[in-house]
Ligand binder design. Structure first.
Ligand SMILES: C[S@@+](CC[C@H](N)C(=O)[O-])C[C@H]1O[C@@H](n2cnc3c(N)ncnc32)[C@H](O)[C@@H]1O
Length: 363
C-alpha cells in the first residue's frame, strides 16, 4: 500500500471488520464448542509453520516459478518429506499452492512472505516466531499474575537495552517495524491531513517509513527523524528509496533525555504504547518541553475501542504487557495521559486500519 487512492474510507473498513467478525463467530458456531476452543489452542502451530517457511526462504525460492518438492527442498536445504508435510499444512490454511502437476507455487498470501515484496511479512514472521519471542510468550502467565513485563527478569535488562547487545535480533525488529508500518502508513496518511504542518518531527520514527510516506503527500513539508543512534543509522536507505531523503534531517538521541525543538507537529507512532504510564508521561513531557506553546502532538496508536469484537490492539496490548509492563489505551486513557504531560486532547481520527491519530495541543 503506497498510495492513499487505494485506502477505503474508515467507515467502510469498520463495516468490513464488523462483517468479518460475525462471519468468524458463525464459523465458530458451526463447530462443537470444544473443537472451536481446541482450534484456538493450537493456532500457534500455524504461526510457527509460517515462520518456518520464512526461516527457510520458501517464498523466495519459488519467486522465479513453480518447483517440485525435491527441487524446492534442495533450494531451501530441507528434508523433502518433511517439507512436503509443511507445505501441505500451510496450503490447507491458504498460503502457497500445489499445482495439478504436483509442483508448488506462490499464491497471493505466499507473495507477501517474499523478502522483496513491497510490503513483506518475511521479517515479521522471523521476528515474532523467533525463539526469544516465543520464550517470552510462554511466560505470559507471569505477566498476568504480576501485571509486570517479563523481559527484565528473563534477560536481565529491558527490551530496547537487550536489543543493544543483540544486533541481529534488533535488525530483525527494526525491519519488522518498517514493514508492518508500510502495511498501515497509507491509511494514516489518508486519515489525517499532515500537509498543514511545515515541519514534522517523527519521535521514535525507526527507519522513517511513516515520515517518508507523509512527506511524499506533503511536498511543501520537511521532516525530522528522531530515534536511537543504532536505529537511525539504517534510515538513510529507506528515506532515499522513498525519494524524500533531502527533506528529512536525521537526529539521534533518547526521548527520555530530550526531543528536538522547532517542529509544528510531533508524531509518536506506536511509542506511547511501549511504556507504562509513568514513562509514557516522561516522554510526553519531553515532547511538551520541545513544542513550546504552538505545535500539535499526534499519537498514532491502536486506540482500544469500547466494543467486545476482535481488534488487533487487544492482542498487541498483551505483547506490550510482556515487554515492559506497558499497554494499549482507550481514548479516555490517552486524554488523561496527555493532560498529565501538559496537553489537551482535541480529537481522535480513525483510519481505515486499526490505527487512530490522537491529536493534542499544549494546554
Ligand atoms: C514500536 S517501535 C515504533 C517505530 C516506528 N514509530 C513505527 O511505528 O514503525 C518503537 C521505536 O522507539 C524507539 N525507541 C526506543 N527507545 C527509545 C529512546 N529512548 N529514544 C528514542 N527512540 C527510542 C525504537 O528504536 C523504535 O524505533
Amino acid at each position: 500500500m503506497s498510495t492513499s487512492a487505494k485506502v477505503p474510507p474508515a467507515k467502510l473498513a469498520r463495516a468490513v471488520e464488523w462483517s468479518r467478525h460475525h462471519l468468524y463467530r458463525l464459523h465458530q458456531r458451526l463447530t462443537p464448542a470444544p473443537a472451536a476452543v481446541l482450534e484456538m489452542i493450537v493456532a500457534g502451530w500455524t504461526s510457527q509453520a509460517v515462520t518456518v517457511a520464512a526461516q527457510l526462504g520458501v517464498a523466495d525460492a519459488l519467486a522465479d516459478g513453480p518447483l517440485s518438492i525435491d527441487d524446492l527442498a534442495a533450494r531451501v536445504d530441507a528434508n523433502p518429506d518433511a517439507l512436503r508435510r509443511l507445505m501441505r499444512a500451510l496450503i490447507s490454511r491458504g498460503i502457497f499452492r500445489r499445482r495439478r502437476d504436483g509442483r508448488y507455487e506462490l499464491n497471493t498470501l505466499a507473495h507477501a512472505l517474499r523478502s522483496d515484496a513491497p510490503v513483506s511479512m518475511d521479517s515479521a514472521a522471523r521476528f515474532y516466531g523467533s525463539q526469544e519471542q516465543r520464550e517470552r510468550w510462554t511466560l505470559l502467565v507471569d505477566s498476568i499474575r504480576t501485571g509486570d513485563g517479563v523481559v527484565a527478569a528473563l534477560r536481565g535488562k529491558e527490551s530496547f537495552d537487550y536489543f543493544d547487545e543483540n544486533p541481529e535480533l534488533a535488525e530483525l525488529f527494526n525491519q519488522t517495524m518498517t514493514s508492518v508500518s508500510k502495511l498501515t502508513d497509507a491509511t494514516v496518511v489518508a486519515g489525517y491531513d499532515f500537509s498543514v504542518y511545515p515541519t514534522i518531527v517523527d519521535v521514535g520514527g525507526g527507519h522513517g517509513p511513516l515520515l517518508a510516506a507523509i512527506l511524499a503527500t506533503a511536498p511543501a513539508s520537511r521532516g525530522v527523524l528522531y530515534d536511537l543512534p543504532s536505529v537511525v543509522a539504517d534510515a538513510p536507505g529507506v528515506l532515499r528509496a522513498q525519494g524524500v531523503a533531502d527533506r528529512i534531517q536525521i537526529v539521534e538521541g533518547s526521548f527520555f533525555d530530550r526531543v528536538p525543538s522547532g517542529g509544528d507537529a510531533y508524531i509518536l507512532k506506536n511509542i506511547v504504547h511501549d511504556w507504562p504510564d509513568e514513562k509514557a508521561v516522561q516522554i510526553l513531557r519531553n515532547v511538551r518541553a520541545a513544542v513550546g506553546s504552538r505545535a500539535n502532538v499526534l499519537l498514532v496508536e491502536f486506540v482500544i475501542p469500547e466494543h467486545d469484537r476482535d481488534f488487533p490492539g487487544k492482542w498487541v496490548d498483551l505483547e506490550m504487557l510482556l515487554n515492559l509492563g506497558a499497554r494499549e489505551r482507550t481514548a479516555a486513557d490517552y486524554r488523561k495521559l496527555l493532560s498529565e504531560a501538559g496537553f489537551r486532547m482535541t480529537r481522535v481520527a480513525q483510519t481505515a486500519s486499526p490505527l487512530s491519530v490522537v491529536e493534542a495541543r499544549p494546554a
